[in-house]
Design a protein around this ligand. Structure first.
Ligand code: I3P
Length: 307
C-alpha cells in the first residue's frame, strides 16, 4: 500500500507495506524508493491505455544517497479520504521466489508472523529452524486469505477519521468481500456505483492494453479512494514485482497459475470485485428503500397521533 497524501503522512506510513520507503516532496508529489522494475513499468504505463488508471509518473529524483520515483499524490484535493487497498491476483509471489522454495534462505520475521496467527500451521522442522522461506510465507498468506480463490485480498482500509484497519485476512468468500465493501463505503449508493463504473472502465482499458498483454502483474494493488463529497476513484499501484514476459508467452490473466505459465489471475480478481460491487449495490439499494419505508411509517404514525 503506498499512495498516501502528504497531509496524511502518519496514515500512509501506518499502512505502507514497507515503511521508510516514502518521502515527502515540496512539489506535492509522493516519493517512493526507487525500484528498477517499477520505474520501467511506470514509464511504459505512461504510454499505454492504462495511463488514466495509474498515478502520473514524473521520473526520478535523488535525495541524499537514495533515488526515488516521483508520483502524483492520489489524495490531493480530497478532504477526508477513505481508502482501501486490494492486492490483486491469485498469487503474490514471483516464480523466482517459488524456485527458491527449497533454499535455506530462512526468514525469522515471517516465521514470527505465522506463529502469532496460527502456530499449528507450521511443521516441526519449521519450529525447530524458527524460520520459513519467503515463498512459504507468501503462499501461506495467499491460501489463508481470498487471494488463491477470489484473486484478490483486502490489505487494509483507512476510514475518514484516519483509523486504520488491517484485519481482513480471514475474509475468504465473496459475501465477506461484499460486507467489507458495504462497511468501507458506509452503504453510500453513489460511491458504490462510481467504483463499479470505474472498474468496468478499467476492464475495458485492460482489454486494449499492450502493457497488460505483456506483463505478469504480481503484488500490485487497486487503491479505492473516496471522500465525503463522494468523489470516488480506483487506481492501479505497486509495480515492484510486475515483469515483462517473453513474446512467446500469451498471458490470459483469467486462469489459475501453474508453474512456468506466469499467469497472475488478475482478471479473476477484477471479476470478483465487479461481482461483489454489484451485490453491494443491490444490498445498499434494498437498505435505502427499507429505511425510506421505516421513515414514512414513523411520519404516518406521528401524523395519526397528532390528528
Ligand atoms: C508482506 C507482504 C509484502 C511483501 C513483504 C511481506 O507480508 O507480503 O507484499 O513485500 O515481504 O513481509 P504481510 O503483508 O503479511 O506483512 P514484497 O511484496 O515486496 O515481496 P518483505 O518483508 O520481503 O518485504
Amino acid at each position: 500500500m503506498m499512495h498516501w497524501s502528504l497531509r496524511r503522512q502518519s496514515s500512509w506510513a501506518q499502512l505502507a507495506g514497507h515503511q521508510g520507503n516514502f518521502q515527502l516532496s515540496n512539489e506535492g508529489e509522493v516519493l517512493k524508493l526507487h525500484n528498477e522494475e517499477e520505474a520501467k513499468c511506470l514509464e511504459r504505463l505512461m504510454r499505454d491505455p492504462l495511463r488514466p488508471f495509474v498515478p502520473e509518473f514524473h521520473g526520478t529524483v535523488t535525495r541524499g544517497e537514495r533515488c526515488y520515483i516521483r508520483l502524483a499524490d492520489l489524495l490531493s484535493g480530497l478532504r477526508k479520504p477513505v481508502i482501501m487497498d486490494c492486492k490483486m491476483g491469485v498469487r503474490t509471489y514471483q516464480e523466482e521466489e517459488f524456485a527458491k522454495a527449497n533454499t535455506k534462505d530462512l526468514r525469522s520475521d515471517m516465521y514470527q508472523k505465522m506463529v502469532k496467527i496460527d502456530p499449528s500451521t507450521l511443521s516441526q522442522e519449521e519450529h525447530r529452524q524458527r524460520g520459513v522461506t519467503k515463498w512459504r510465507y507468501l503462499q501461506w498468506r495467499d491460501t489463508t486469505s481470498s487471494t488463491s480463490t477470489l484473486g484478490l485480498r483486502i490489505e487494509g482500509i483507512m476510514m475518514e477519521d484516519g483509523s486504520v484497519q488491517r484485519d481482513f485476512r480471514q475474509i475468504k468468500s465473496l459475501a465477506q468481500v461484499t460486507e467489507a465493501l458495504l462497511y468501507f463505503t458506509r452503504k453510500q449508493l453513489d460511491v458504490l456505483k462510481a467504483y463499479h463504473s470505474r472498474l468496468l472502465a478499467l476492464s475495458d482499458a485492460l482489454r486494449n492494453s499492450r502493457f497488460f498483454r505483456t506483463h505478469e502483474v504480481i503484488g500490485s494493488s487497486l487503491l479505492f479512494v473516496h471522500d465525503p463529497s463522494s468523489m470516488a476513484s480506483v487506481w492501479m499501484i505497486d509495480f515492484g514485482k510486475t515483469t515483462q514476459v517473453h513474446d512467446t508467452i500469451k498471458l490470459r490473466h483469467n486462469i489459475p497459475w501453474v508453474e512456468g505459465s506466469r499467469e497472475d489471475g488478475y482478471l479473476i480478481g477484477l471479476t470478483s470485485l465487479i461481482t461483489s460491487l454489484s451485490q453491494a449495490i443491490s444490498a445498499a439499494s434494498f437498505h435505502k428503500e427499507e429505511s425510506g419505508r421505516e421513515e414514512e411509517s414513523i411520519i404516518m404514525k406521528q401524523t395519526e397521533e397528532c390528528g
